[in-house]
Design a protein around this ligand. Sequence first.
Ligand SMILES: NC(=O)CC[C@H](N)C(=O)O
Length: 362
Amino acid sequence: MENAKSVKLVLEDGTEIQGTSFGAFTSAAGEVVFSTAMTGYPENLTDPSFAGQILVLTYPMVGNYGVPGEDLYESISKIFESDQIHIAGLVVNYYSEEHSHWNAAKSLGDWLKEYNIPGIFGVDTRMLTKKLREKGAMLGKIVAEQDIPFHDPNLENLVAQVSQSGVQRYGSGKNKIVLVDCGTKTNIIRCFLERDVELIRVPWDYDFNTLDYDGLFLSNGPGDPKMCEATIAHLQTALQQDKPIFGICLGNQLMSLAAGGDTFKLKYGHRSHNQPVLLTGTKRSFITSQNHGFAVDTATLPEEWTMLFENLNDGTCEGIKHKTKPFFSTQFHPEAAGGPEDTEYLFDDFLTAVAEHKAQRV
Ligand SMILES: NC(=O)CC[C@H](N)C(=O)O
């Protein structure tokens, strides 16, 4: 690239890796995490769950299909997972400024510049990933001209930063679903709107118990789930009733915390499009899209709850369900975007539970 400037990636264990700048030429600090997904950077970078994180992509060539334009669908983005880039920085091996795709509107580097997010390329991302797997996720920083201190995003309430303020309504279907926005991915909204739903999107700390609804949904979101005290308190009230509840990723962790279980930080998280999970009590497995650094401690689940899915790589909890009430959640992403769509049927299962519950009420 012309006028290439050098930058470095510094980890809290003292590791320094020299590379070349792309995107914004600026310094940024955060938690360094890796994803082994082979595609999907437009979706990953705009997923609010990545807020505060410096993302390392292990796929060796990044940028070659560019970045799509901003088409809207029902006032939300048709393609992106939110209306901005949320990662703190991007680390890749080979960056391709040249790109070719029918839908590309700009290069990845130009897109990062628009949001003042730095990228670094020329990094041996597989070596870096091995280090993160051995030592665990670490704090790190991309240093351009100005050195900056390390910063741990998990000490902040990131959900409060990414949750949309105000109540927003989408669709006019027959089932009224409240979506608690802890940093929701737009594909969750799209999945609901394809299924005859009226969606009421409320901020993370909104008391949804004051609303009239048929089903409750808890979204994905960034950071430590224990920061969401207000959501957990409101959810505890909803768990006393029996209207269907469904949660994804952070939503799964909040469900466990509200039920009385515990969560913990994984050594280096699960971020990829090929995480195998087993549906408990069956021999059925699914390949899933995942992006999380925390997990539910299965041993702490109260008596009325049980593990719904288990991760076949490390045995961790990938979902929970209530034994008698229509409450369930997954740690993985049934809405995919990016990744396999094999578990999207869980939206149908939730809406079937909603319809059954409504039928019982009349
Ligand atoms: N994608 C998500 O919702 C992530 C949940 C949580 N922030 C975690 O990292 O575990």
